[in-house]
Structures are given as structure tokens and as C-alpha cells.
Design a protein around this ligand. Structure first.
Ligand SMILES: [Mn+2]
Length: 450
């Protein structure tokens, strides 16, 4: 057991050992935070320097800290000496399991072992600050552009997905904070149920683009996409903020494309956080939902920036609405298909196979496979169906027992397109009207031969 002084009780306490130039600022730091401080030092000059701090007890020990003093005050310990051999000697006084921090004045390549770092180093602080200043430079540039624009337009490519909606609303919030009045428009239509739910919740004028609006805009920003995504008539965008791979044909006045980021919402959240523009509950919810849906809850392609933004946004977001979004996965019309699939499952060891026959959409197999993979003892699932004169097989696996993308490829690559990742695979086999009646054999033969 570490020694415990009854005088200290439950109050916050720290013991500082040493005499280097960091000892006075370190004592001041702790006294300022309401800590009780005891100092153990070999230099009587330290005692004089600390006389101005009320309540700091100083104990003198023999030079060079050669022997462990009796009745050492309780942990935690902060050691303030510069010579590594002296630091190691003091460390040997202290129980191996208690926290001991080292504060030194010199930047040494070799740090004595067994010490924790008390503060971020100046180098770490500088790196963090440089990152923040780089973000602020981008924000300044963006704000300047919007201030002089009469009709700014924020454009989403195709169907507005959560990352695009969150990014667009975040950029609009930044611009609005500086007096601009941007419109948010999308070029496709709202399809998925969750996206309808999100737009209904946000109650923002996020609408389909009218052709004349693009012509009238004097500042066009595209978010979560690049102009080259448009198959015809790409918009001439001044601002491009995205996390898809940078296209060769992407040109603009302001381009912030960060491939290593899992979501565009992370880029926008950084702008808002660093510029101190408030993120209200609905915006925090939209931004975090963009990160959640693009990174599959930080499990896919999430960078440390995404994790930082997620951490910042989580406490500010509407957790109940996020839970509702997460639960609203299965369209009502899908239930009968899923019920049929479960009733007609074929179980083969740790695998379930379902062949649906003709289906209205391959989404039937996706939804069924995701659900059936939740079965105890089942590590992979293959759901097949015929759609658009093709046999489509959707694979889902836990990624632990096997690589279903490889399974898909082994079984079907020679017949059509097939592949995927460890946990998700897909095969599409053109039927050309020929095999329609024997797709069950086609499925079983190739699946179990491989
Ligand atoms: Mn995205």
C-alpha cells in the first residue's frame, strides 16, 4: 500500500520532488487548482522561492536524493529534476504501481523509464495549434467568398444522403453566421426512408434544384461530391468540399478534398468548431448522422479526425432521434419477403442460404441477409434472387470466420461479376433468359463446389 497521510484526507493532493526550474511553475499550477502540495527537495533555495505560496509544505532531503526519506508524503508524485540518473534514483523510492510524472526543462532524446508525461509537450501544442490555424485560414477564405455573394447556392449531387445533408446544412450555418443567405438544393430526389425522416426533422428549406437557380447563383458550393460526378452538364462550382478521391477534372477557387476523412461532415464540423460558430442540437444531429452513416458507426474508413468530431458532436446531438433513425431500417413492404425467406431458409452448418426466386428489388436480399446474420451460430449468409434477368447473390458474414467477398468471388467470378469485403459480398450472374428455370442448381452447385 502507498503511504497515506491522515492530514491530507480526501482533498486533492500532490507531492512534488526535485529542484529544477519547473518546480515553481508546477507548484503554482497545482496551488491554483486548489491542490494541497508537499515538496521534497535537496535545495534550500527552493524552500525560499516557494515561501510566497500559502500552505505548501517543503521538506529538505540530502543532496542528490541518494536515499529514500522516511515517511514520504502520499502519491501522486511529480518529479522535477533534469538529470536522468537522478530521476531514476527518485523513481526507485516510489512504488512501481503509483503514478509518477516527470517535468524537465531540457528536451532529451532519452527519457528515464517509468514516468508519465504531465503536460503535452510544446511540440505537441504547436502541432495542434498549426492544425487549428490551417482550418481557420480555410474558414476565412470561405466566409470572404460568401460575404460578397448575392445568391450563394449549396448543391448536393443526386439523392440527398445524410453526409451530404449534414455538410450542406453545416456550410449554410457557417455562411449564415456571417450574413450570407445560401440556398441548399439537390439534383436528385429523396428516396430512402431515413433521409425523408432526417429532412422532416431538420425543417430546413432543402429542396430539389430548379434549373434557373443554378444560372442565377453567383457562388456555387458542392459538398460531399465533385462537379465531375454529374454525368451531363456539371455545375461550375467555386467551392468544392468533399472526401471522395480527388478527380483530375476537379477545378475550383476553393477546394478542400480530404480522402483520408470518413465523412464530409467531419470537415465541416472542424470549420464550425474552430470558428466558434454555434452548433445547435439539430445541426449536431445532422453532422453526427452523416459521420455515422458514412463510416458505419466509425467502423469503416474512420480517421482520428472523424473520431474527434464524433466525440464533440455526440453530447450535443439528439440521441433519441438518432436511435429512431438507427431502428428505421426495414421498409414495410419488405416484411413479407423477409418472412418468406426465413420460412424457406436452408441451414448448412454455420451458414444459411435463401433463394427468393424473382424479386422486385435486390434490396430484398440485402435486408434479409443482414437480418438473418443475427442468428446465433450462423457466421455467414447467402441470399439469392432473380432480378432484371440476372441471378443476384448477396453475402453477409461476421468477417471473423471467413472472408465472404472471397467466397463470392471463388463461387461466381467465372460466371459474372463477384467480389466484396470480408463481411459483405455480392455476385451478379447474367441469365440471358437461359438459366431462369434452374437458378437453384446454379446457386447450389457453385456455392458448395467452391
Ligand atoms: Mn460522404
Amino acid at each position: 500500500m502507498a503511504p497515506r497521510s491522515p492530514a491530507v484526507g480526501n482533498r486533492r493532493h500532490v507531492t512534488i520532488i526535485g529542484h529544477n526550474s519547473q518546480i515553481v511553475p508546477t507548484v503554482a499550477f497545482f496551488v491554483g487548482g486548489g491542490f494541497t502540495v508537499q515538496v521534497v527537495t535537496s535545495e534550500s533555495a527552493v524552500e525560499e522561492q516557494l515561501a510566497i505560496y500559502p500552505g505548501v509544505q517543503v521538506r529538505l532531503v540530502p543532496a542528490d536524493y541518494a536515499t529514500r526519506p522516511k515517511g514520504l508524503p502520499p502519491p501522486p508524485y511529480v518529479v522535477a529534476v533534469d538529470r536522468p540518473e537522478v530521476a531514476s534514483r527518485i523513481r526507485a523510492w516510489l512504488p512501481a504501481t503509483v503514478g509518477a510524472f516527470l517535468v524537465t526543462t531540457q528536451l532529451r532524446r532519452r527519457r528515464p523509464e517509468g514516468f508519465l508525461q504531465l503536460m503535452p509537450t510544446a511540440d505537441e501544442n504547436r502541432r495542434g495549434l498549426a492544425r487549428r490555424l490551417a482550418i481557420l485560414r480555410r474558414v476565412d477564405d470561405l466566409v470572404l467568398r460568401a460575404r460578397t455573394a448575392a445568391a450563394p447556392l449549396i448543391l448536393i449531387y443526386g439523392d440527398p444522403d445524410p453526409d451530404a445533408v449534414g455538410s450542406a446544412l453545416g456550410l449554410a450555418t457557417l455562411w449564415r453566421a456571417f450574413g450570407a443567405t445560401p440556398a441548399i438544393r439537390y439534383s436528385g430526389e429523396v428516396q430512402r426512408y431515413q433521409n425523408k425522416l432526417l429532412l422532416g426533422y431538420l425543417r430546413q428549406p432543402i429542396q430539389p434544384l430548379e434549373p434557373e437557380e443554378l444560372a442565377a447563383a453567383d457562388l456555387v458550393a458542392v459538398v460531399d461530391c465533385q462537379p465531375g460526378f454529374w454525368k451531363t452538364n456539371p455545375p461550375r462550382a467555386h467551392v468544392i468540399i468533399d472526401h471522395h478521391p480527388l478527380r483530375e477534372d476537379t477545378v475550383g477557387e476553393f477546394i478542400d478534398v480530404r480522402e483520408q476523412y470518413g465523412a464530409t461532415c467531419t470537415i465541416i464540423a472542424e470549420y464550425l468548431i474552430e470558428s466558434a460558430v454555434g452548433i445547435d442540437r439539430k445541426l449536431a444531429t445532422a453532422l453526427i448522422y452523416g459521420i455515422i452513416s458514412d463510416t458505419d458507426e466509425l467502423q469503416r474508413h474512420a480517421s482520428s479526425a472523424d473520431v474527434r468530431a464524433y466525440d464533440y458532436l455526440l453530447a450535443r446531438a439528439d440521441r433519441h432521434f438518432l436511435a429512431r433513425l438507427a431502428k428505421s431500417q426495414v421498409p414495410m413492404a419488405m416484411l413479407d419477403y423477409i418472412a418468406w425467406g426465413i420460412a424457406h431458409r436452408v441451414v448448412c452448418r454455420d451458414m444459411i442460404v435463401v433463394h427468393f426466386g424473382p424479386v422486385p428489388t435486390p434490396d430484398v436480399m440485402v435486408q434479409a441477409a443482414d437480418l438473418i446474420l443475427l442468428t446465433c451460430g450462423i457466421t455467414w449468409v447467402a441470399c439469392a434472387g432473380v432480378h432484371d434477368d440476372r441471378l443476384i447473390v448477396i453475402f453477409r458474414g461476421d468477417g471473423h470466420h471467413q472472408d465472404v467477398g472471397r467466397r463470392a468471388s471463388l463461387a461466381f467470378a467465372k460466371l459474372g461479376s463477384a467480389g466484396g469485403h470480408r463481411t459483405m459480398g455480392r455476385a451478379e450472374i447474367p441469365l440471358k433468359g437461359e438459366h431462369v428455370d434452374n437458378t437453384v442448381e446454379l446457386l447450389v452447385d457453385n456455392l458448395f463446389k467452391a
